[in-house]
Design a protein around this ligand. Structure first.
Ligand code: ARG
Length: 287
């Protein structure tokens, strides 16, 4: 939308500039006429571009990329001191937006509603989201940008060590996450589901669950925050598989996918990606 207005203005300015030119070169009718012609051509060009801009469909037509996330998942997304979403994913998507030349607008929402909101409420989602075949039925994913595995967060005095030990236990998970899906498969497990990963962690700390299943990096952050109360155990010990994080995008929008993947690739090549990993993941400190 903004682009169209800018183009119309450009057209108008071209005409008025030409008008100034003709009045200053008094008596020389020919150059003035040429300039006017040029101005007319430019206006026509601008009009064509305006039409193109109006015709351009999809998420980028208005120059704004609306991005859904769930800011309860440090270090990938959490609420910063000013109350707005911050973290690795936020920095990454803003860098991608800059490369593509669009403004990025973040919408903090429940994780379990992200996939279904793509194409309506939001254009895309970045939320430490694992690529799964189920999600791929609804959305397309960018190239993966980070590897993860589910971890088990335990109270320090817990005796849980193996997959079998999880059977029949009360397990805290964030609703709609891969940790949730894994927990559903565990025999006799009683699930405590939360919209916010941070709430699940608080309940674990307060003894309302036997353990929590959540991705490696947030598990480590939560353990660091409650180091006298929690231990984080590598999911490999429970035979959990490696997962890949990617950006979820509208199904079939190859143009957008190419832009996002292209920008991601450039950020990897120019070192920005590694710098963001260092700043936001390696050096993350729970204050
Ligand atoms: N990787 C897990 C999944 O895709 C958990 C992601 C949770 N992300 C978040 N921002 N709360 O299901």
């Amino acid at each position: 939308m903004k682009k169209i207005v800018a183009l119309l203005l450009a057209g108008t300015m071209a005409i008025s500039l030409a008008a100034c030119g003709s009045s200053s070169s008094s008596g020389e009718a020919a150059p003035a006429a040429e300039e006017t012609e040029e101005a007319v051509e430019e206006t026509e060009e601008a009009a064509e571009e305006t039409e193109e801009a109006a015709e351009a469909e999809g998420p980028l037509a208005d120059g704004v990329l609306t991005v859904g996330t769930n800011a309860t998942f440090p270090p990938f997304e959490y609420l910063g001191d000013d109350g707005t979403p911050d973290g690795f994913d936020m920095a990454l998507i803003k860098a991608i937006g800059e490369k593509i030349g669009v403004e990025v607008e973040i919408q903090d929402m429940e994780f379990s509603t992200l996939v279904q909101s793509i194409g309506t409420k939001i254009d895309i989602a970045i939320a430490g989201m694992t690529v799964t075949p189920e999600r791929q039925e609804t959305v397309d994913f960018s190239e993966p940008y980070y590897d993860a595995v589910q971890y088990v967060l335990l109270p320090v005095d817990s005796e849980i060590r193996t997959y079998e030990d999880l059977e029949g236990k009360k397990i805290a998970v964030q609703l709609g996450t891969t940790g949730n899906f894994i927990a559903e498969e565990i025999e006799g497990a009683e699930l405590a589901t939360y919209d916010k990963a941070t709430d699940a962690c608080n309940d674990l700390v307060n003894g309302r669950a036997d353990c929590m299943i959540i991705d490696k990096n947030p598990a480590e952050v939560f353990q660091g925050k409650f180091s006298d109360k929690l231990v984080a155990v590598d999911g490999a010990q429970f035979s959990f598989e490696v997962e890949n994080y990617a950006i979820a995008m509208p199904k079939g929008d190859t143009e957008l996918a190419e832009k996002i993947n292209g920008a991601l690739q450039e950020l990897k090549e120019d070192g920005t990606f590694d710098q963001l990993v260092e700043d936001y993941i390696t050096n993350y400190s729970a204050e």
